[in-house]
Ligand binder design. Structure first.
Ligand SMILES: Nc1ncnc2c1ncn2[C@@H]1O[C@H](COP(=O)(O)OP(=O)(O)OP(=O)(O)O)[C@@H](O)[C@H]1O
Ligand SMILES: [Mg+2]
Length: 427
């Protein structure tokens, strides 16, 4: 079939009334071709136009269907992949998502492709499911930027998955205590199962705090998110109470772990198929995971103590949140692990430094905090009358209330990948 004839066939397919992405792919080797076909099957309702060929064949197409949503091209044979990619990007419709594949595994190539307008690049060979995740990611971003239509097949079609990240500005400020209490209170309030995830794979204390068993599978899941299915989640998410589940690991200190790009985001996306609400306990010691989880969060709670280093680090984390998750809702709390009455820094100092209001002042209540640890429950269950619970109540009530932007299913405006990358490159 000539290139023009193929384009005509695709045009007629994409005008079909049924929902589904209008997609085209040019892949040189047969193994990758069948993998891409399989991955595209569900998002295109089996109508992806996947052909043997490379970017040269794509560049030979004179007229592209105006409603093309997705194009996947093999850059393997290109002498100058960036120049070819730039030429292709100018030829296809503006809203079309373009994903490159190729043998070169090099971050410089990835960045150059993003800079010319590609949405993603996957190095060959890639695992089953990797392409559908890349498409999910690109679609999600396109929706967030308001660029293009929302399709019937979109993963964000009717749900607004929420991830609240809880981050302590310093060690021991009470972040884990707060994360557990919020998850428990939110689940009870919404009558909906909420999943707590401890992303500190080595030194996390969340599972200990809830008297649950740490599991090895979290690291595996971050390594291979395509392994995550309903059965996996059912096996690893440990039930604490009717509405509270938790996952956490206890990797050996010698066991180095370097999360691959997008690992936490991919993992959370899979988890959200089962749990709409996730509360993440985010480690300070692992900047890679920390950044990835923040990036994937819709809501972020920064807990600081009333100390000079605490406020300094809260300021740095506030900046990080603005840089990597500008669309997320940021809350600031002062922790109660250190009694505010004994602190030199006052809440007003925190507000002046961060140039915003503190949303929640958590009081010191050692008896309540310790009784929660002793019985392996959240503070809200172990000591419901505690000032800690009282202080958190308005924050929890506002998290998923009518009028809360995240509740409507609308997605907030996020900067494009290019904007984010540009920011990263400027540093
Ligand atoms: N509001 C509070 N009042 C009194 N003690 C508290 C309060 N919150 C937490 N604690 C206690 O402070 C200690 C540290 O709490 P937690 O583990 O929640 O802090 P964290 O910020 O998560 O620490 P890490 O940096 O180790 O992760 C625990 O013993 C906990 O019981
Ligand atoms: Mg903690």
């Amino acid at each position: 079939m000539s290139a023009m004839a193929s384009a005509q066939v695709l045009t007629s397919i994409s005008r079909d009334d049924k929902p589904g992405l209008s997609a085209m792919a040019f892949i040189s080797d047969t193994a990758t071709l069948s993998r891409v076909s399989a991955d595209l099957f569900s998002v295109t309702l089996g109508k992806a136009n996947v052909r043997e060929g490379s970017i040269d064949a794509a560049l030979a197409i004179g007229e592209w269907p105006r409603d093309l949503d997705l194009l996947i091209v093999d850059l393997a044979s290109a002498a100058d992949p960036i120049a070819d990619a730039a030429a292709l990007k100018t030829a296809v419709p503006g809203g079309c998502i373009v994903i490159g594949v190729g043998r070169i595994n090099d971050v410089a190539l990835f960045r150059d492709l993003i800079a010319v307008g590609f949405n993603d690049y996957l190095a060959l060979p890639f695992a089953e499911g990797a392409m559908s995740r890349a498409v999910d990611r690109a679609l999600e971003l396109r929706q967030r930027t308001g660029n293009g239509v929302v399709l019937g097949q979109s993963p964000l079609k009717d749900a607004a998955p929420r991830t609240l990240s809880v981050i302590g500005a310093r060690g021991g400020v009470g972040a884990t205590t707060v994360a557990v209490a919020i998850a428990a209170m939110l689940g009870t309030r919404l009558k909906e199962e909420v999943l707590l995830i401890d992303f500190d794979l080595h030194y996390g204390s969340l599972m200990l705090a809830l008297d649950l068993e740490a599991i090895d599978a979290l690291r595996e899941a971050l390594d291979q998110p395509d392994r995550i299915d309903a059965l996996f989640i059912q096996q690893v998410a440990q039930k604490k109470s009717d509405y509270l589940y938790a996952i956490g690991a206890e990797e050996a200190p010698t066991n180095g772990f370097q999360a691959r790009p997008h690992a936490a985001g991919d993992f959370l996306r899979s988890i959200h198929r089962r749990f709409r609400w996730v509360v993440a306990d985010v480690p300070r010691g692992d900047p890679v995971i920390q950044r990835q989880v923040i990036e994937a969060s819709t809501d972020i709670l920064l807990v600081t103590d009333l100390s000079l280093p605490g406020v300094r680090d809260a300021m740095r984390l506030q900046q990080l949140v603005h840089d990597v998750a500008p669309g997320a809702k940021l809350y600031i709390a002062t922790g109660g692990a250190i009694d505010a009455r004994r602190s030199a820094v006052k809440v007003a100092d925190v507000e002046r430094t961060l140039k915003r209001k503190v949303d929640c002042q958590i009081p010191a209540d050692t008896a309540a905090a310790h009784s929660a640890v002793n019985v392996g429950k959240s503070v809200s269950e172990a000591a419901p009358a505690s000032g800690i619970v009282k202080a958190l109540r308005p924050l929890v009530a506002g998290l998923d209330a009518p009028g809360d932007p995240g509740t409507s299913g609308k997605v907030r405006k996020m900067p494009s990948l290019i904007e984010r990358l540009g920011r990263g490159l400027k540093k």
